[in-house]
Design a protein. Structure first.
Length: 94
């Protein structure tokens, strides 16, 4: 799926590298990375051609859920996938 500009947002470096590797193996490229909400919004503004955003739910300062509406406004054509490595019962409480 080369030609699938993707923004990967996760504050955990190890998790971000893991997901970036999975995306690369799936042929999804290019992948732009962001480590926090501010970088994510900047990256989306700098890459209006994004077709996919992979967004961590739990991040310090501003969560993925907090910036979800803003990301949708900046890149309305992009599919946004939210993920978390929290246990299911913790995600349900968000």
């Amino acid at each position: 799926m080369t030609g699938t500009p993707t923004l990967l947002v996760d504050d955990d470096d190890e998790q971000r590298q893991l997901v970036a590797g999975l995306l690369a193996r799936a042929g999804i490229a290019p992948v732009f990375e962001a480590a926090n909400a501010d970088q994510a919004l900047l990256g989306a503004a700098q890459h209006p051609e994004l077709s996919l955003v992979v967004l961590d739910i739990v991040m310090p300062e501003r969560s993925g859920l907090d910036i979800l509406p803003e990301l949708h406004d900046v890149v309305p054509q992009a599919s946004i996938v939210v993920l978390s490595n929290l246990p299911r019962h913790r995600v349900a409480d968000l």
